[in-house]
Design a protein around this ligand. Structure first.
Ligand SMILES: [Zn+2]
Length: 246
């Protein structure tokens, strides 16, 4: 293929745009901000589970406390009833002795229940603190997630801007190139997934970093400047300049 040496040199500008676009695409795929969003979302989910668990703990303890308080009340009512019977003039001495025994046993029971209520209140305090801590954690994690999402979105917007800018420059360069040369460049670029042309600098292909020698070097050396030459190793169009060392 023949192409004006100036057009061949323009391929380097095209390649520079393709390198920039590849870098932007890579940055988009490996965005650290994206990983930060995932980490924050994971923390938020963990705290949400913890909130549910600690809420259940507090609710269970509340239920237990209600039941204990009902027991305390039942015992108190029986004590009142027994005491009234003891105080009543119509109760026999024998019954009074029986009632006094029952009253003692009720008071022991009452004491046990009150101990249990106290112990339960302590456990509830601990559970309440754990619930508060998990709610605080969830709130913090939600704020972290929001911030990370904002930073990720900003980074994505930056990448989108850069991509649009480089695509526009690339389109301008491409529009000025002869169609067959551009088609060849694009075909090579599609094959290697990077660029279709590289500078030949000090006899080295800047695309694959292989230095030309022997027959290949002799062929490139003797080729007419308007001849499109390609790297035997990577297939890229070799753009010759004063730096080529030929
Ligand atoms: Zn090469």
């Amino acid at each position: 293929m023949q192409a004006d040496p100036t057009d061949q040199q323009r391929l380097l500008d095209l390649a520079a745009e393709d390198v920039a676009l590849t870098q932007l695409a890579h940055r988009r795929r490996t965005l650290p901000e994206e990983a930060a969003v995932e980490t924050a979302a994971e923390a938020e989910r963990t705290f949400a589970v913890e909130v549910v668990r600690t809420e259940t703990d507090v609710r269970d303890l509340d239920r237990e406390q209600t039941r204990l308080e009902a027991d305390v009340e039942t015992v108190r009512q029986r004590e009142d009833r027994d005491q009234k019977l003891i105080d009543s003039s119509s109760t026999s001495a024998k019954d009074i002795t029986g009632l006094q025994h029952e009253l003692e046993s009720l008071k022991r029971r009452q004491g046990d229940l009150e101990d249990q209520v106290l112990e339960l209140m302590e456990r509830r305090e601990v559970a309440e603190a754990a619930l508060q801590a998990s709610r605080d954690g969830q709130q913090q994690a939600a704020a972290d997630l929001e911030r990370a999402t904002q930073q990720r979105d900003d980074a994505l917007a930056d990448i989108a801007d850069g991509t649009a800018r480089h695509e526009s420059v690339r389109a301008e360069i491409a529009a000025q190139l002869p169609a067959p040369l551009l088609a060849l460049y694009d075909r090579i670029r599609t094959q290697n997934g990077a660029t279709g042309a590289a500078l030949l600098k000090a006899r080295q292909c800047q695309g694959c970093r292989i230095e030309l020698f022997g027959k290949e070097l002799a062929a490139v050396r003797s080729a007419d400047p308007s001849e499109v030459v390609r790297c035997d190793n990577c297939g890229r169009i070799l753009v010759r300049t004063a730096e080529s060392g030929l």
